[in-house]
Design a binder for this molecule. Structure first.
Ligand code: GLN
Length: 283
């Protein structure tokens, strides 16, 4: 039973057995603009017809599998609030590893390029932590860029945004855009992977999840085309799938990167790989 009857109290809704209590609290707080504390102190507040309708609908959509983050339009990443919508991937905790690897390698007043920025999570987290950095972010999707722009403003950081299909809109000829770091969480799921039909992924933008091929095509573009945009000793750092670390390290090595390595996420999975573009790479 999803329908919340008019005249129900907040307490009645919170006791609603059909969803986990945390999810009900998030939906209720979002729909009625209430904090957790207000939900407790106003537990006897009675819902009017409009409120009962809105909450019933949210519960029904959650039952149909829509991600909580899209229903409330928000997800936290790296301790910061991000607005999300179905045009962007929902930021995931394992991507914080990529941010940490980037921050460790970012020199003072350094520059970073985030490729396929989506909600802007990576770029905004870096810019927020390192206000001295020059951060640029690109995405092929105009809707994603608008979302990322909003998130930069919301978190008070300055980022230069560019609409680009990977490297196509960047100008390498003048050599003016060489970065200390290039970071990316590209689409890396293999075409037809069963996970695409499960959980949150069913509602997320398919082009942000899969390359519609072997899962490595975006990673191949990054490894083979990044070097003109990297400073000498600059790093290329990429998130990838649980079983792709070895393949990505090989791609980095084949393309002349040195210090090639992978890092494990909190689940112990090799989740980020990267390499450095050195003088030796260029010989
Ligand atoms: N980490 C996501 C998942 O497996 C995929 C993100 C991506 O393709 N970049 O659910």
């Amino acid at each position: 039973m999803n329908t919340i009857a008019v005249g129900s109290t907040l307490e009645d809704v919170l006791r609603h057995a059909a969803l986990p209590p945390l999810e009900i609290r998030l939906l209720l707080g979002h729909a009625l603009h209430l904090t957790r504390v207000q939900m407790i102190t106003q537990s006897q507040r009675v819902l009017n017809e409009e409120e009962a309708g809105i909450i019933s609908q949210l519960i029904a959509r959650r039952h149909a599998g829509e991600p909580i983050a899209y229903l409330i339009g928000e997800r936290e990443f790296y301790g910061l609030p991000f607005s999300v919508n179905p045009a962007v991937l929902i930021p995931r905790p394992e991507t914080e590893l990529l941010v940490e690897c980037a921050l460790e390698r970012l020199p003072p007043q350094g520059s970073v390029l985030d490729m396929g920025t989506g909600s802007g999570a990576i770029a905004v987290a870096i810019a927020h932590t390192r206000t001295d950095a020059r951060v640029q972010a690109l995405d092929v999707s105009a809707k994603a860029l608008a979302t990322a722009q909003g998130n930069a403003a919301r978190n008070g950081v300055r980022i230069q945004f560019l609409q680009s299909d990977w490297f196509t809109a960047l100008d390498s000829a003048a050599g003016t855009q060489a970065f200390d770091l290039i970071v990316s969480n590209p689409p890396y799921i293999v075409d037809g992977d069963v996970h695409l039909q499960q959980g949150d992924l069913r509602f997320e933008p398919i082009d942000a999840l899969t390359d519609h091929a072997d899962g490595l095509s975006a990673l191949r573009i990054l490894c083979s085309q990044a070097s003109p945009y990297l400073q000498t000793n600059g790093w290329l750092l990429m998130e990838h799938g649980y079983d792709q670390a070895k393949a990505v390290r090989t791609l980095l090595q084949e393309n002349g990167f040195t210090d090639v390595q992978s890092w494990r996420d909190l689940a112990g999975i090799e989740r980020v790989s990267g390499g450095r573009w050195t003088a030796a790479s260029q010989t």
